[in-house]
Design a protein around this ligand. Sequence first.
Ligand SMILES: [Zn+2]
Ligand SMILES: [Zn+2]
Length: 144
Amino acid sequence: MTYSRQRNLIFNIVRNTDVHPTAEWVYEQAKLAMPTIGIATVYRNLNALSQTGLLARIVSPDGTIRFDGSTEEHYHMQCRKCGQLFDLSVVDREAFDELKEAASRAFGMEVENIVLAATLFYGMCPRCAEEKEEEENHEGLKRN
Ligand SMILES: [Zn+2]
Ligand SMILES: [Zn+2]
């Protein structure tokens, strides 16, 4: 088992999924192909790959670190219930320009740029929203 084989395996696992996996998820997948691989190796390679810009590293507000095989400029929406990340490649630029102007007025200084790389949209995914609605219906039935 060579150093570069491990790195290639880990890189390909992240590149070939859109789940924005955690290191633990990558480790579970890597073990299937290389049963002797250790979690420390997975962490080390994920960090090295994101430091060199081959993978993107996303830190959620809850501190969870996830990796993204797509390094093109895009944004994420995170489900606040299950934590899943969804890709968004196009945003309404005008809305950001308006935000920039509003912020400039508020600060009394010209805001030149908003750093969008760390922007995370937050809400609930359709599956969790549906589950929540079912739970609420259940509660309603119990009360009646
Ligand atoms: Zn969800
Ligand atoms: Zn992404």
